[in-house]
Design a protein around this ligand. Structure first.
Ligand code: KG4
Ligand code: ZN
Length: 342
């Protein structure tokens, strides 16, 4: 790559239930279009078969829109980046096949991207309101499918130092919301109701998990039994206490996350902390991490909302760095449902 070359990356994300396409000019986002699939709301969770069908329907219009918004011509594109995994196989196949075909048609390189790395490297998107962390830093990636603490030594040198042994933190939010009768995805709703609730009104158990690992399945059972017991005594319990229940659940989850983050900082001596993944949109977590700067002397990095939940811009920034390193994929590359960061 020549130093003065302008790189245009078209990025495609289809790992779960959001079809997204973005265009980046070097590390700047020109467009980031996300089509969220509302179809899953009525089922209380993502239905894989419906997700892949919706991706197939959305992918062409979403890509067209991203290119149109970026105001470039397809011929200007330098490469196509796509999410290879981890995610739902049927969903990944749509984006992978589309990216391969387009790269073949346009005769430009293809770049595979690990979705979890992308949640981390989203911090390197050049935006006025965002500052990139310095290496090495710790990334807390919290989403509907993952909960990890990753030590990031460089763009492509990452090591998972802690992770969930069962449910992901997003699942903990969504399953708790389901117990409360809230629709999917419940995370943002718990966040909303928690804002006006008392976080200390109800106490839930903080699990005792070894090392830097997490566990959230016990919390879900704890909440389920608590709600069952209370509604037996008072059928209006949820209605009368929704804000306080949500605030208490959110407080417990944040306490679990912070406990392990503090341990990770102590263990590694690294005080640069970046969060990523859908749950980093949570206002409680964002607040606690801002406070941690003065409270613990950490430097914390919180992405813009649109780069927290699944989006193609984060795939594009990884594409940009891989392009600079000439790390291209072959046409026989396949989607990978389980794709661990290494
Ligand atoms: O990263 P993401 O968009 O998709 C996955 O890769 O999983 O994360 C989705 C998860 C869902 O569990 C959703 O409930 C949660 O992120 N989420 C939130 C908030 N916004 C999204 N959880 C808590 N508070 C929020 N504000
Ligand atoms: Zn994600």
């Amino acid at each position: 790559m020549l130093d003065h070359e302008t790189i245009y990356i078209l990025a495609i994300e289809s790992s779960c239930d959001d079809t997204s396409a973005a265009v980046l000019m070097n590390d700047k986002v020109l467009s980031n279009v996300v089509a969220t699939q509302a179809i899953h709301n009525e089922y209380g969770g993502v239905v894989p078969e419906l997700a892949s069908r919706a991706h197939q329907q959305n992918i062409v219009p979403v890509v067209h829109q991203a290119i149109a918004k970026a105001n470039i011509d397809k011929k200007q594109l330098s490469a196509i980046a796509f999410t290879r995994g981890p995610g739902l196989m049927g969903s990944l196949l749509v984006g992978t096949s589309f990216a391969k075909s387009l790269s073949l048609g346009l005769q430009i390189p293809l770049i595979e991207v690990n979705h979890m790395k992308a949640h981390i490297l989203a911090h390197f998107i050049d935006e006025e309101t965002m500052k990139a962390p310095s290496f090495p830093f710790l990334a807390l990636t919290i989403s509907g499918g993952h909960t990890q603490i990753v030590q990031v030594n460089d763009y492509f040198d990452m090591k998972i130092i802690g992770q969930t042994l069962d449910d992901a933190v997003g699942e903990a939010f969504d399953k708790s919301a389901k117990i409360l009768g809230l629709p999917y995805p419940g995370g943002p709703l718990i966040d909303k109701y928690a804002a006006t609730g008392d976080p200390h009104k109800f106490e839930f158990t903080i699990p005792n998990v070894k090392n830097l690992d997490f566990s959230f399945s016990g919390l879900k059972t704890n909440i389920l039994y608590f709600i069952q017991k209370q509604t037996k005594e008072n059928p209006d319990f949820i209605k009368n206490n929704l804000e306080d229940i949500c605030a208490s659940i959110q407080y417990t989850i944040i306490t679990i996350l912070m406990k392990k983050l503090k341990k990770a900082v102590k263990q590694t001596g690294i005080k640069e902390i970046a969060i990523g993944g859908g749950v980093s949109a949570n206002s409680g977590i964002r607040k606690v991490l801002v406070e941690a700067q003065t409270k613990y002397g950490w430097k914390t990095y919180i992405p813009k909302f649109e780069y927290c939940t699944d989006n193609a811009a984060m795939i594009g920034i990884v594409g940009y760095y891989k392009y600079k390193n000439e790390q291209f994929s072959q046409q026989d590359v396949t989607a990978k449902a389980r794709y661990v960061i290494s």
